[in-house]
Design a protein around this ligand. Sequence first.
Ligand code: CP
Ligand code: NVA
Length: 310
Amino acid sequence: MKSVKSVRNLLRVRDLSPEEILHVFTRTEEIRTGPDLFRDRLSRGTVGLLFEKASTRTRLSFEAGVHQLGGDTVFMGGDSQLARGETIEDTARVMSAYLDMIVIRTFGHDRIERFARAATVPVLNGLTDGHHPCQALSDFSFIRKTTGSLKGTRMVYVGDGNNMAHSLMEGAALLGVHLNLATPPDYAPDPDVFRWTSETARKTGGSVSWVEDPMEAAKGSQVLYTDVWTSMGQESESSVREQAFRGYQINRDLLSVADPDAIVLHCLPAYRGKEITDDVLEGPHSRVFLQAENRLHLQKALMLFCEGKG
Ligand code: CP
Ligand code: NVA
């Protein structure tokens, strides 16, 4: 499976065109319904996971997915020579010599950009401070499967203008979704991401907009989405954030202004009583555990696409 770099990276959602995203979604459904058809697609391939932050879903869904496609995985946590000052570029060159694809979870988004420039195999973003594209792509494929459509779907994101918000914004813009974001003004999404996504959404029939008030943003929404108030790496800010985000919660009141058939999503891990209440997370509108399962199917399709194998 080792090849020259005609292969594709996925560092952020907008690295793919709308047509490519829809192709991956179609393949996701084929994999979901007939996983045996794809059993040997990554045969003899080795996928490396370089994770500088904690993970449950991303690590396990990639590792299980690679094994189900007939490949092997090697996991490297925070104990690589990177932690002792070896450069990202040297690490990327060496890892490319041993591996066929690399999934990275790290801090600044510039770290994965530098890594990908020096690598010669596909690099997939398993989360950076700036973006979480595998999660967002999986979520849009899940929304499409669950509600039957994406174009024109009304979605609200409540909480922090973080990596998750950025990737959802890029996906919504490319796929024609109407995404309203409600964040405290000091925690609004990156203005560059906002500019690009609002301009792109105009061409696809979607929209990306921001308001301060979660109730206003959630009115009539068919999909309600939230993420943690304090992301990995921001632990020292958690008490300040708990004050700032009070009110930015998915709860029964917020659900009452949404579409009566609205679904509730959360990338997980969830902190009950903070960004979402226990009753909503466990209630009839919640789809969060099916949403988590979908990572496995979508990422298998994504790996095949980035390898040029489907
Ligand atoms: N949603 C998600 O990426 O979960 P993990 O941090 O457990 O990988
Ligand atoms: N915004 C969260 C997402 C976790 C999957 C974080 O970066 O910690």
